[in-house]
Design a protein around this ligand. Structure first.
Ligand code: AMP
Length: 400
């Protein structure tokens, strides 16, 4: 691996600054979903077991460089305490006197949670002085926040130049899974890209056509491709102005020997709303007063069969308006096939992005995928083939 992991440092008696992503959903001042905390906990627990004192740091929401009391990380300290099953001391500021005093109060082998990094403008501007103030708190830096790795911020980027730096277990698992999917995958590789619009995933599609063997395009974005091929999509969501771009992507895929698979049939409805018995029609028979809200049953079978020939799958975006039953059927059917193939051992399946995680949870198969990334922006930027500053910083620290 081109970065250090927790295996590479003797942390006994040392203070380790762990950058997590504790930007968790909160309702009425209480953490309502602990997924991110639970994913961070193993790194903290391992460091404590090896004799380190741990200082956890994170951003929360967008206070834009000002102290905003409603964006305090204080309520997260309690949830972190529960996840770790040990006392967590909260520091009223992430640098300076309040931070050092809290770390001292936590004592050797203790855990401190620092206040929101983004209360300081230096965090988002990747400011060297702010990074130095953070680095002054610890002997070793561990980044366990893949979901913040697409930002060059002081706590994800500048700090890695100032302290011995390693990836935490969550970051490591994420990078290993991503490498297995697109870095160094077993072929044939399939990608499933869905969701509402081509415009939000143009760079993803452009990158994938040169890296995968099959590109399955579904969801609203498939309509733009169908329209570009001369198919009439009725009232469906469609970015007609991107028809030229869609045609270019199809040509690039052809040149790169990437087979693009579009829906062969569709589940339709007169408007964006649930219906009891949706009609399924061939893709070239969508009436002008109807809209495509899901791939149809024939597509679900054909696309599932295409997955059976593949060794690796990377997935972002639903095949239809999965929040509106029964237009979840296409997504659920493909997700179940991918999960079953993974369980049988024939497929490495990696999925990521907010809606995709929700869709796989809805299908009840998230646990059966090889890896599900909870990172949104970072996962998409990785699918675009972009270097992530937080990962580059760890690689540079390793090479230095
Ligand atoms: P994204 O955030 O780009 O992954 O898009 C996810 C959204 O795309 C979901 O809210 C779906 O309801 C929506 N979506 C998927 N397929 C369609 C479709 N055929 N028509 C309209 N919206 C869709």
């Amino acid at each position: 691996m081109p970065f250090h992991s927790l295996d590479d440092f003797d942390v006994a008696g040392k203070t380790v600054l762990v950058r997590g992503d504790l930007n968790v959903p909160m309702e009425d001042g209480v953490v309502s979903d602990t997924t991110r905390i639970d994913r961070l906990a193993p790194t903290v627990t391992e460091l404590l077991a090896k004799g380190a004192s741990v200082v956890v740091t994170s951003h929360f929401a967008r206070p834009k460089g000002k102290r905003v009391p409603s964006m305090s990380l204080r309520p997260v300290a309690e949830a972190l305490q529960e996840a770790l099953q040990r006392n967590v001391t909260f520091a009223e500021d992430c640098i300076g006197g309040p931070a050092t005093q809290a770390i001292r109060a936590a004592g050797a082998g203790g855990v401190t949670l620092l206040e929101n990094l983004r209360f300081h403008a230096g965090e988002e501007s990747d400011n060297a002085t702010f990074a130095t103030a953070l680095a002054d708190l610890a002997d070793i830096y561990v980044n366990d926040a893949f979901s913040a790795a697409h930002r060059a911020h002081a706590s994800t980027h500048a700090i890695a130049k100032l302290l011995p730096s390693a990836a935490g277990r969550n970051m490591q698992a994420e990078l290993e899974a991503l490498d297995a999917a697109l870095g160094n995958p077993d072929h044939p590789v399939a990608a499933i890209v869905g969701g509402a619009k081509v415009s939000s995933k143009l760079k993803v599609l452009e990158n994938l056509v040169s890296r995968v063997d099959f590109l399955i395009i579904g969801g609203g974005m498939a309509n733009t491709f169908l329209f570009a091929k001369g198919v009439s999509v009725g009232k469906s969501l469609c970015e007609t102005d991107l028809a030229g771009t869609a045609t270019e992507i199809l040509a690039k895929a052809d040149a790169a020997n990437c087979r693009i698979l579009l829906p062969l049939d569709a589940s339709i409805a007169p408007e964006f709303a649930s219906v009891a018995n949706p009609e399924a029609v061939a893709i070239d028979a969508v009436p002008s007063d109807q809209m495509i809200l899901d791939i149809g049953p024939d597509s679900a079978v054909t696309l599932s069969n295409a997955l059976r020939d593949c060794r690796t799958l990377v997935w972002n975006g639903p095949m239809g308006a999965f929040e509106l039953e029964p237009f979840d059927q296409g997504t659920v059917s493909l997700a179940q096939t991918a999960a079953a193939l993974t369980k049988e051992g024939g497929l490495v399946s990696i999925a990521g992005g907010g809606d995709t995680v929700a869709a796989l949870n809805h299908a009840g198969v998230a646990e059966d995928f090889s890896y599900v990334s909870t990172a949104g922006g970072a996962f998409l930027e990785w699918m675009e083939g972009r270097a992530l500053p937080g990962v580059v910083a760890l690689e540079e620290a390793y090479a230095a």
